[in-house]
Design a protein around this ligand. Structure first.
Ligand SMILES: Nc1nc2c(ncn2[C@@H]2O[C@H](COP(=O)(O)OP(=O)(O)OP(=O)(O)O)[C@@H](O)[C@H]2O)c(=O)[nH]1
Ligand SMILES: [Mg+2]
Length: 353
């Protein structure tokens, strides 16, 4: 994109950043353990057992774009005919999500900052698989409190509990905050996200949870990302600490709602143009969740088979021992019988001698 594009906005088809790119820095497991082991997560594990993983969790600091991403994703998947379909089980949630999009489209108003945490639960259908996705639209401040300041209160406990149950994670980051935000703002996406990832990876079974990094607002950040060589180049420069925790981090870019300047120079939502890259991170999580489930099922079947074989071997051994004992006793009885007959015969014969 040329540098003289007004207000740094990308033209509709100029950015092709929704393509995911897996990053592998070539760090082996040991290096990773070394780098993560020395600084144990201050977040306390709520239990030592593997948690029930039933949700995809969307994590992001304040103004990362969580509300807009979730509502536009839902609107597209509800109305669209694409491979991913979403339906909420609550009419109230359905209306809230569609109203948020309608307000942007009709009133050209961005949604207000989220004030309190709201659970959004969806039934997702994809390639014949059904999956329940529970997401939490929470005020970004709660993220900072939980993972940067590590304050324990009802809100942070709820967020941490939510994260513990994640079967897949989508981290939302506004690239501009990392590249040119204040130290405090960038700390949410850098230090805060590192703590969140370390916490997730440290949970029992947490090493297999798929984690996607979604760079948001690509319509206004396309130049910045291109300047650093695309999604991969940007992540290597600004997300190296996240990559240390998750060396194979899959990257995505999205533009949920484009913005444009109105006559007064104010940024307003523009829904006349299509969204980009909304579904990719969800499909990525679903693919891994299904693969993880299949692996777990295979492991269970294998374990059951091994247990069955072990049981059979034990029963065989038991039956063999019983057989051996029987023949031992039978032989002893036979010998005793023969001996008794011999003695009797000898006694009888001796009478006649
Ligand atoms: N250009 C552009 N701007 C966006 C996009 N998504 C979000 N924004 C801008 O980012 C702001 C914050 O988006 P939200 O979705 O409300 O962010 P949030 O993460 O829910 O923020 P909190 O509720 O405060 O935690 C919006 O008011 C928009 O100005 C996008 O796809 N493109
Ligand atoms: Mg919000």
């Amino acid at each position: 994109m040329s540098n003289n594009t007004p207000h740094n906005h990308a033209h509709e088809d100029e950015f092709d950043l929704s393509i995911d790119a897996t990053i592998d820095l070539g760090l082996d497991g040991e290096t990773l353990n070394d780098s993560t082991g020395s600084t144990a997560s201050p977040l306390v594990l709520r239990s030592g057992e593997e948690p029930t993983r039933d949700r995809i969790v969307v994590l992001g600091r304040t103004r990362a774009g969580k509300t807009i991403y979730l509502s536009r994703l839902y609107e597209q998947c509800w109305h669209g005919n694409g491979p991913l379909h979403m339906e909420t089980s609550s009419g109230k949630t359905h209306l809230a999500l569609l109203n948020a999009v309608a307000e942007m489209s009709e009133k050209r108003r961005w949604p207000a900052a989220t004030e309190e945490s709201t659970y959004l639960d969806f039934q997702i259908t994809w390639q014949g698989h059904s999956f329940t996705m529970v997401s939490l639209d929470y005020p970004g401040e709660v993220f900072r409190k939980a993972f940067v300041q590590q304050i324990e209160d009802a809100n942070t406990a709820e967020l941490i509990d939510h994260v513990q149950r994640a079967a897949g994670i989508v981290l939302l980051i506004d690239p501009k905050v990392l590249a040119s935000g204040t130290i405090g703002d960038a700390a949410d996406d850098d230090y805060g996200m590192v703590q969140a990832l370390r916490f997730i990876r440290g949970l029992p079974g947490g090493e297999t949870v798929p984690i996607g990094l979604l760079l948001t607002k690509i319509d206004v950040n396309a130049d910045l990302i291109r300047h650093h060589g695309g999604l991969r180049g940007f992540a290597v420069k600004y997300c190296n600490n996240l990559l240390r925790i998750v060396p194979t981090l899959t990257l995505f870019g999205t533009c949920a709602v484009r913005s444009r300047r109105d006559a007064l120079g104010k940024d307003i939502p523009d829904l006349t143009k299509p969204a980009r890259g909304l579904e990719n991170p969800i499909v990525f999580c679903l693919r891994h969740i299904i693969a993880n489930k299949n692996k777990a099922r295979q492991a269970t079947t294998q374990r059951a088979q091994q247990e069955f074989i072990q049981r059979e071997i034990k029963e065989d051994e038991k039956a063999q021992t019983q057989d051996t004992r029987f023949w031992l006793w039978a032989n002893m009885v036979l010998f005793a019988g023969l001996a008794a007959v011999g003695v009797l015969t000898w006694l009888v014969v001796r009478q006649f001698l």
